[in-house]
Design a protein around this ligand. Structure first.
Ligand SMILES: CC(C)(COP(=O)(O)OP(=O)(O)OC[C@H]1O[C@@H](n2cnc3c(N)ncnc32)[C@H](O)[C@@H]1OP(=O)(O)O)[C@@H](O)C(=O)NCCC(=O)NCCS
Length: 178
């Protein structure tokens, strides 16, 4: 069973979460967490959404995605550091993490727009989730990227009331179309 949760730096799974980010996203471009946080100070305020599975030696983190709320301005959020363990990719874990991040960003935090800098190879993943490409390709850490965006869903009064409940709404349906 995969468990989805939002954690902060005091959570026991936080160190594993940093290891996963480092292994999948940072090491390939020559960074470790310390170097990343010093180059990108906002990283210390990331909200972490993780996927964890049972394992005989204790829970294992197999997916992560981060959100910086109200960045670079109020009402806007940046999705960063999206990674799923290669052994567990293409099982829907990445999709579910983005849905949980969107739910939190739009329903709980009241953000209006999300954006990310998607590696070209991941653009289709976000397109499948309803995100759209904005502008031209650009280079980041030597890798071609595209800016991608998604807006908060228009919610009627009923949907807005339903949207807030539950610990991350774990097994609830997202109130917006993804
Ligand atoms: C990109 C990544 C996060 C996707 O996670 P995942 O758990 O494998 O994705 P899912 O299984 O939830 O896939 C959701 C959908 O996106 C599609 N998809 C997943 N990865 C894709 C990719 N790299 N390219 C195109 N489509 C992709 C899936 O086929 C699926 O499509 P469906 O709607 O038809 O079912 C994962 O492959 C990964 O960590 N890659 C390495 C790091 C990376 O590139 N991170 C993104 C940086 S911007």
């Amino acid at each position: 069973m995969v468990r989805y949760l939002r954690i902060d730096s005091s959570h026991p799974l936080y160190p594993q979460t940093l290891e996963l980010r480092e292994r999948i996203l940072l090491a390939p471009v020559g960074y470790d967490i310390a170097a990343f946080e010093s180059a990108y100070p906002a990283a210390r305020d990331f909200l972490h959404f993780i996927a964890a599975i049972d394992h005989p030696q204790g829970e294992r983190v197999v997916g992560v995605v981060c959100l910086i709320p109200n960045h670079p301005e109020k009402g806007v959020g940046k999705l960063m550091q999206m990674a799923v363990d290669p052994q567990r990719q293409r099982e829907g874990i990445g999709r579910r993490l983005v849905i949980e991040l969107e739910r939190s960003a739009f329903a709980d935090l009241g953000l209006k727009t999300l954006f990310c800098h998607a590696q070209e190879t991941a653009v289709n993943f976000y397109l499948r989730l309803g995100w759209e490409v904005e502008g031209e390709a650009f280079d980041e850490a030597g890798i071609p990227h595209r800016k991608m965006v998604i807006s908060a869903p228009e919610m009627g009064a009923e949907a807005a009331t339903d949207a807030g409940g539950g610990e991350l709404g774990l097994d609830q349906k997202a109130p917006y179309g993804v």
